[in-house]
Design a protein around this ligand. Structure first.
Ligand SMILES: [Zn+2]
Ligand SMILES: [Zn+2]
Length: 105
């Protein structure tokens, strides 16, 4: 991974090969797999997501990013939650762009 930045309510990752991935905050937060959230293990998977009704809107807005080792991306959310670490391999595999979606299907 070359760079990871927050743009609006999205996490933007620039990969070593120059590919850019834009992850909307809401599904990313819902995929948080930390012990407190136990979100969907597979990013953007089709399985039923847990209910996040108690979360306020800012909970879905990323505010800060930290690279963990060379394998994970830690996201700090608007409500202060920062326990989730997103595996870079999984993140890349879940890139929502049209080209990657087409390649997966
Ligand atoms: Zn979490
Ligand atoms: Zn992509």
């Amino acid at each position: 991974m070359r760079q990871a930045i927050v743009v609006g309510d999205e996490v933007v990752v620039v990969w070593d090969d120059g590919h850019e991935s834009y992850y909307p905050g809401a599904p990313l937060r819902k995929a948080c797999s930390c012990a407190g959230c136990r979100g969907e293990r597979h990013l953007f998977g089709r399985a039923t997501l847990p209910t996040f009704a108690p979360l306020r809107p800012e909970a879905f807005v990323p505010v800060d990013l930290h690279l963990v080792g060379n394998y994970g991306l830690q996201v700090t959310w608007g409500d202060g939650h920062d326990h989730g670490i997103y595996d870079l391999v999984q993140l890349r595999a879940a890139c929502p762009c049209e080209a990657c979606a087409a390649a997966r299907s």
